[in-house]
Design a protein around this ligand. Sequence first.
Ligand SMILES: *Cc1c(COP(=O)(O)O)cnc(C)c1O
Length: 427
Amino acid sequence: MKTEQLKYETTLSFANEMDLRDPLKGFSDRFYIPKKENGEPGIYFCGNSLGLQPKSAREYIEQEMKTWKTLAVGGHFNGKHPWMHYHELLTVPLATLVGARPSEVVAMNTLTVNIHLAMVSFYRPTAKRNKIVIESGAFPSDQYAVASQALFHGFDPKTTIIELKPRPGENVIRTEDIEELIDREWESIALILLGGINYYTGQAFDMKRITESGQSKGCVVGFDLAHAVGNILLLLHDWNVDFAVWCNYKYLNAGPGSVGGFFVHERHSENFDLPRFAGWWGNDKETRFLMRSEFKPSEGAAGWQHSTASPFQLAALRASLEIFEEAGIGALRDKSKKLTGYLEYLLDNLDGNRISIVTPRDEQQRGCQLSLRIKNDGKNLFKEITSKGVVVDWREPDVIRVAPVPLYNTFNDVFSFIEILRKVLQN
Ligand SMILES: *Cc1c(COP(=O)(O)O)cnc(C)c1O
């Protein structure tokens, strides 16, 4: 189902024309794009793994270095952007990207830590109802987190975790199969925790339908949005998702290991009876510095914070989110569909049958990434295109992930990538 019937062509002039007409064409200049060894601009298709550095990030971080240098402890309250409130500069732009109310999101910790903390509140297993549904081939950190949570509660991960699998011969999981599993097993399911987009196949799950069908049977439903945030349109509040977590260094360009994201639906965020692990940064701001012994959580997702936030990490994220606000996630998604559709079209027009696309063909069921399954020594093919200045990644046993990012990639990048691929395949 295409939103717009765009007729692609295989020529370079078509790619150039698309770039010329691209309403977002100026945005690539806002990022540092790594060069090839010969100094030419490289082709960077790894924004799904680590987003590029916004040129403004340095200035934003240096501002906080300056505050630290000149005001030291005074920076908490008297800096240009007082550190005490710095994370609040990010709530509106983050909420916009995930389709939440500002009070439902907070930037804190890192992704895997946030999975654990969310599970403290939202995985409340009982003797009868303790199972966790995840997708097969979930990101390893998610698998470890979920298994260790099951163990922590005294359950055997082998029998407690249900993995959703594609049907034999298929690459991705059908929504109707997820619904069927929920209908069949709901009495034992405590939590459904899926990636919004699977990191390996690039499949975008139908979060609205899955949330509805899980919750209609009393299951808690959460998502790991590492590959979805800043990539596809999200409406967490309206979909009634219970909680979500993500990292901000992939499509959101906040830099390696930067601060993560956390969403709690407002239905829960004012439920102070929900168990949570507490820390002073989650305490109500009005009384935080009174240093009382009794914990009084802030309202909203902010009440799940623990420690003093690092302004350096938040500053880098702020630099990137300002660019997202300017570009608009709607416009980015529109371009993304065309850019990835163009990649798909050119791949389909390549000779030979060594490459097949694992990611769904339906643009509603994917973001910008296409995962390519390569027959016959794909690793070698990967090495050859890499040596020609294409940055993509290899995922065992046979997949190359290619992510044209609408913020800084061009139709010309896609065209050049295909030309390189064609030459390597011919050899
Ligand atoms: C990238 C990614 C992670 C990485 O987690 P960190 O805690 O940020 O290292 C975890 N889960 C998924 C689904 C990811 O895509």
